[in-house]
Ligand binder design. Structure first.
Ligand code: ATP
Ligand code: MG
Length: 399
């Protein structure tokens, strides 16, 4: 077994020593069989959350009602979930009546797709009740059991099918695909945070174009917040679109394809954080600048190291002919006279004091930015006296 499973193995052993059953389950087993880099290792067990808390020292009760806790082991965190059957998902978030059970077989039955319904014991032996391995080989996404019923129980699974197609490049089984089309209207009731999580993974998928063509074919795009009000934007997605790593990049992309799509509206409708909103706005501003002035020192400086890679992905998706490279942006950030606004040899208060008669207003921020840009571009020395001199000759407009 790979090292990451070896590290997690003591958790399974400890559960077994306490007369419980325990297996690796879900995505980690799938990704192991696909020989693909895996996300988290998830463990399923017959032990109840209370029993898990007695056995392990460090347990974080993240979702006790649904049987999920996080066990800290070594320096890692593992999601450990009690075997369960799920009832309806009437709040569209969680199953209503979770029943803890004693066998892994029934636990596998509640899982969404055959490729995700695999369990593996500590020796590496696989339990595969629904031909998951066959579907992995055939690169097929297929629901465990009747698709229509499984999507009615939880319509997030429709979005999950799309994101797995995008991550894995798999084909969706025709029965599963037609069930998705039938049930997709139920997605309107989904908690948007859950949907956002799957969409982020879809747009980051290695086989993004597979995911997007299913998004169109199923009509699921007509149930995505904001996009549903500008449905043609999906057809504008360029052939050169690259996998994007954050929702900020995705929102920036949609705004740049359709200006009527406003970043603030997006962020509200998708309940995203301010961090995502600010990232989207920064990328949008940077892209407009890039189209006019190219990738100069000011662009690289404004993006800073946090957003340069995202910007390269976005720029190459929208303007592949320009062939912007990360190397180019990095070369622009070498030898910059300043690394951030804080390093300017003058601050906002000192500039404001040069114009005591002027009311507070956006002029100050604009002026600081003009000075900052001159310094970054090497057109003005970063020295207080020279900056003041320049400002005297280029004062802000009269109120
Ligand atoms: P990733 O590598 O992105 O984490 P994953 O397959 O592990 O992919 P998770 O969202 O972490 O996906 O879920 C872990 C497992 O729980 C899945 O493999 C699947 O077996 C099950 N699962 C998750 N969400 C659902 C759902 N909505 N309905 C049914 N089963 C689900
Ligand atoms: Mg996972």
């Amino acid at each position: 077994l790979p090292a990451s499973f070896q590290t997690a193995r003591p958790i399974i052993e400890k559960l077994e020593q306490n007369r419980h059953k325990a297996f690796f389950v879900g995505g980690c087993v799938r990704d192991l069989l696909l020989n693909r880099p895996m996300g988290d290792i998830d463990i399923a067990t017959s032990a109840t959350p209370a029993a898990i808390q007695r056995i392990f020292e460090k347990v974080i009760p993240v979702g006790i009602q649904h049987g999920t806790v996080i066990v800290r082991w070594g320096n890692e965190s593992y999601e450990v979930t009690t075997f369960r059957t799920d009832g309806e998902y009437s709040d569209n978030r969680h199953p209503d009546d979770v029943q803890f059970i004693d066998n892994v077989e029934q636990d596998l039955e509640r899982r969404d797709f055959t490729i995700n319904a695999l369990a593996m014991d500590k020796q590496g032996d696989i339990i595969d009740l629904f031909q998951g391995r066959e579907d992995l080989k055939a690169k097929t996404i297929r629901t465990v059991g009747d698709g229509e019923q499984r999507f009615r129980e939880d319509s997030l699974r429709i979005a999950r099918a799309l994101r797995f197609s995008s991550q894995l490049g798999f084909t969706i089984h025709p029965d599963t695909l037609s069930a998705m089309k039938k049930v997709k209207d139920d997605m309107e009731l989904l908690a948007v945070e859950r949907l956002a999580n799957e969409m982020e993974k879809l747009f980051a998928g290695t086989y993004l174009h597979t995911g997007i063509s299913y998004l169109k074919e199923t009509g699921v795009c007509m149930h995505l917040p904001v996009i549903k009000n500008h449905p043609w934007v999906i057809d504008r997605l360029p052939a050169s679109l690259q996998p994007l790593h954050t929702l900020g990049e995705v929102f920036a992309l949609f705004h740049l394809l359709e200006q009527k799509i406003d970043a603030d509206v997006w962020v509200k409708a998708w309940k995203c954080s301010n961090k995502i909103k600010n990232q989207a706005k920064l990328l949008i501003g940077a892209y407009h600048y890039f189209l006019t002035y190219g990738a100069d020192r000011w662009l690289a400086y404004r993006l800073d190291s946090d957003n340069q890679e995202g910007f390269v992905r976005l720029a190459n998706s929208l303007s592949p002919d320009r062939g912007l490279s990360m190397d180019h942006l990095t070369s622009m950030t070498g030898n910059l006279p300043i690394q951030s606004t804080r390093e300017m040899d003058i601050n906002g208060r000192e500039i404001a004091e040069m114009f005591p008669a002027k009311k507070q207003g956006p002029w100050l921020k604009q002026l600081i930015e003009s000075v900052e840009k001159m310094i970054v571009m090497g057109q003005l020395k970063n020295s207080k006296s020279e900056i003041k001199e320049w400002i005297k000759w280029n004062p802000p407009e009269q109120d």
